[in-house]
Ligand binder design. Structure first.
Ligand code: MG
Length: 378
């Protein structure tokens, strides 16, 4: 189904376009449109198809709802995206409603990013993925107008971009073995835990890849602090680097207890959303996992890196299942983080973009203005 038919079939065609540019302009960054001197926002839903069912401690799924966003200014189009895994509490309907409520045509200068993004943040209290989609598109637009990628605008050395991890979910032994084979080009593996197969999964990986460092993501799956400590000690003997979100996001005291005793750093993911959380989590977690769909985009994520560094906390940059649009946007921050987990685009079968690449397991940023993506040919 082409995009026009898809939009018609879902009833989300031009009615969903907050301030429509022509439909033919949606798919092309180079298409000339009339110069209005105003920001024009448009968007359409785009369901992400996962290559493998994604099994986490608390749910399993084969698709991720997503909305693709375009922000146009005098013929230049910035691309953005909202990815909505179910636990974030956003949906195609809620993001559509939020984006339709915005009036970005009140802004005539895309460089006033503070004004524009403060306005977007003020419209509703949550809707973090929807806000991120506008933020990413605005960064793409402004970078394209400047003719520079964001890692350069921020002054970062792309050679300092870290290796990225390849994720292995909770699954049958056969699927885990298949995923370990796929993971061979990577220098870092991330293992999802929190069910009864935790030690079995690590044993299989260690049998097939004895030396590769492993990061562990429990996704709130461990149910007692004693079990958490036992697992941290066991994992530390098997070249694991850190443990992400071991307990329920509300278990502040239990997490602080584990952090005091664990030989491995404890990183906040589900518990951590916005900038002020960092101050609250000093002494509870050793570090934070920044994701653009939680941080409302790059503008706040950039501040998070600075604040976490000032508090001597570790910084990880992660992603949801997303196209290369949001993943590449996040990769612009990767030269200044400790760990990167940016494989969300590799987990989907219908990526619309080409952007950052992974070469020898390392994030490789290219000299493409904006967030650094180009649309794939349909
Ligand atoms: Mg996580």
């Amino acid at each position: 189904m082409n995009r026009r038919k898809f939009l018609a079939a879902t009833g989300l065609g031009l009615a969903a376009v907050a301030s429509p540019v022509s439909m033919s302009a949606l798919g092309s960054a180079t298409k000339k449109v009339a110069k209005t001197g105003r920001l024009n926002l448009s968007f359409f839903p785009y369901e992400l198809k996962l290559r493998h069912a994604f099994n986490l401690a608390r749910f399993s799924r084969t698709t991720t709802p997503d909305i693709q966003v375009m922000l146009e200014y005098d013929g230049v189009i910035g691309f953005g995206e909202a990815s909505m895994p179910p636990y974030l509490g956003e949906s195609v309907e809620s993001v559509t409603k939020f984006l339709n409520s915005l009036d970005l045509s009140q802004f005539s200068d895309p460089f006033r990013m503070e004004d524009i993004l403060s306005y977007v943040d003020s419209v509703a209290p949550n809707n973090r993925a929807a806000k991120a989609s506008v933020d990413i598109a605005l960064h793409d637009l402004v970078g394209k107008i400047m003719g520079q990628p964001w890692y350069k605008i921020w002054g970062y050395n792309p050679e300092k971009a870290p290796v990225t991890s390849f994720t292995i979910g909770i699954d049958t032994e056969e699927v885990v073995r298949q995923k370990v084979e796929e993971a061979r080009p990577y220098k870092l593996i991330k293992v999802k835990m929190g069910l009864d197969k935790d030690q079995q999964t690590i044993d299989i990986i260690r049998e097939m890849m004895p030396d590769v460092p492993i990061c562990v993501d429990v996704n709130q799956g461990w149910k007692s602090k004693e079990h958490g400590l036992e697992m941290c000690n066991w994992l530390a003997e098997r070249n694991c680097l850190f443990v992400e979100q071991p307990f329920d996001k509300e278990w502040i005291d239990e997490t602080a207890w584990l952090r005091e005793r664990s030989p491995l750093p404890i990183i906040a993911d589900e518990a951590f959303q916005r900038l002020p959380d960092i101050v609250r989590f000093k002494g509870v977690y050793d570090g934070i996992n920044i994701k653009l769909m939680k941080s409302t985009g790059l503008y706040e994520a950039h501040k998070m890196v600075t604040l976490a560094r000032a508090l001597d906390m570790k910084v990880m940059i992660g992603c949801m299942t997303e196209t290369s649009c949001a993943v590449t946007a996040a990769a612009n921050l990767s030269p200044v983080v400790d760990f990167a987990d940016l494989d969300g685009n590799l987990l989907i079968a219908n990526d619309r973009f080409t952007g950052m690449t992974v070469e020898n397991g390392k994030i490789t940023l290219h000299d493409i203005p904006g967030i650094g993506v180009s649309l794939n040919k349909p």
